[in-house]
Write a protein that binds this ligand. Sequence first.
Ligand code: IFM
Length: 703
Amino acid sequence: MHHQETIFTIGNGYLCTRGTFEEGYPGDRGATFIHGVFDAARNVNTEIVNEPDWLPLTVYLNGERFGINHGVVASYRRTLSVRDGLLTRTVVWQSPGGHRATFTFERFASLADPHALYLRCHIVPEFSGTLEFRASLNGHTDNLGVVHTYWVDQGERDGVVYLDNRTRETKIETAYAMRVQTTTGHQLSRAVWAVENKPCVMVRVQARPGNEIVLDKQVVVYTSRDVPAEQVVSTTLEHLNNVAAWDQAVEKNAEAWEDAWENSDAVIEGDDEAQRAVRFNLYQLHIVAPRRDDRVSIGAKALSGFGYRGHAFWDAEIFMLPFFTHTAPAIARNLLDYRYRHLEAARAKAKANGCEGAQFAWESADTGEEVTPTWIPDPADRRRLIRIWTGDIEIHISADIAYAAHHYWRMTGDDTWYIEKGVELILDTAKFWASRAEWDAENQRYEYNDVIGPDEYHDHVNNNAYTNRMAQWNLQTALDVLDWLNAEAPARANELVNELDLTPARLAQWQDVIQKVYVPIPPSGVIEQFEGYCNLKPVYMAALEPRDISTQQLFGIEGSNQRQAIKQPDVLMLLYLLREHYADDIVRVNYDFYAPRTDSTYGSSLGPGIQAIIACEVGKPDEAYKLFQLAAESDLYDLRRNASDGIHAASCGATWQAVVFGFAGLRITETGWTVANRLPSGWTRLAFKFLHRGKLQRVELTA
Ligand code: IFM
């Protein structure tokens, strides 16, 4: 059930609601998360708040409560239309007392009007008597036991009911207003029950065999992130008065979705399963994409579950952002603006670590401060605690953000944004890298020691290849960009030179780090993931089969540190991001070395999509397709058995990249693009669009 709740999440870029049932189910894990509404609480870090629940709708058939955990379920079907975000469930149910009816529930969060939520229930009874609906707004919600909101106010105005709640620490106010009306059927009575924190509208109608009864529940929601706190309730009520009725809302929503898909769809012919999986992944990105808000990013689990508490990681910049950069650049810009807004927090983190410049938080929420938990319960034995080091030493994220900013600019040509914000992100992260580099006098080189690379099975490592090379890239790009800025916008260049104290001596030191940072490529061509990696105990995934747990679960945390099994392939990721800097044979040699050592099935969900791209490049189509499936079907089929915690949003983005950069072999430069047709067997056609420097490009490949 919890897996299904995740994959049937609906949303509109403002909020998302998990796919629980309107009438509830024992043990269900419902949630509505609104972008940017975080709260702090004792014993847990800042987390995205499970807001009041707008779904509740219970139905009584001659006094018997509908629910599929009792009675007889004669048929059941749930459909999510990824084309327009409409979730539909049809159930034929017979109560324990023998009252039978067909129920159809439909719901959507309007993409056209992001504050408007719609729910419709059709019932065709097969009995005579009464049907009673109880539609409510439920403020009694929590984050798996942690209560973040408290009741402020509720009331009724002209048949409309509202509920106002506030978060405990951050004091963000959320108001919902609800209108409930039947559009067919003879209404017998109607009442409002002012149950505290769960206002309810009760409607009784006459039930006659074969006569359909339709009930609409329209809800509007605002928070004090949208309007001043004292206007939240009035704005919500006013908006509900003007909200479109069901039919018109369905139409407007469909139009907005059509726009969203227009440039972003990937059409696959000859493999319906792959088509469905790809569109499902893109749907998940669409429903969480902040279209109108540049103060939020996208968390690792999007807004579809409690996992990672809504925190944003490098997942947003390296895995999801390319999809937006190439299909909806305004959304990509919003996501990058979120990082730009948190430069001060990144500077504070660098300073606290004795560094200069900007060091971005490994996990980031509303303020940009580090919110990675330091200790978490050991899933194998919850009485024990595990120390989490990523917030302290997984530092590559600063280069990842710089990379994303630069990539966005190269692909869009958005000079205005770059000059105003992007360049500063790159310069200030470079400043961090220069100050974090350690000079090793003995070896006459700069090093980055005591870090965690993308492969988190190995912590406290020295000279992680991904980290060192991305740091070098960040520094070099900063110097190049500063030259560019001096030519294009000298006043802004001057401003940044002064603000960031970019003296000639500092820039010379950057140059020194670039030249002497330790990034070796030995004669074999195998780039060692970190110093000493090749001396660890070899592990070949194939030799560990069959298994259904990760190698870290198999060997333990310490055991994994001593072995070559990796969670996600750092080196391949590096080669992918900096592809133009590496020769084809380096890519091949490293793929052959690292693929058998990578825990693609049960390790990180981030890896397979990217690894699939490299597999395409090195001419391993079968491996590429298997890796693609691991990414694309990860959540649909709950391959890692943790989709209950939420969607693997990075994998959604990696799926798109696998299709576009892997199977279509798209390579884009400032001046143009090429494709390399590597369609998997069975695919007869692949078509997609992307934006290059503001111009729409169409790609169509056939077998
Ligand atoms: O960012 C990732 C990381 O690379 C692996 N652990 C999970 C994080 C969130 O998805």
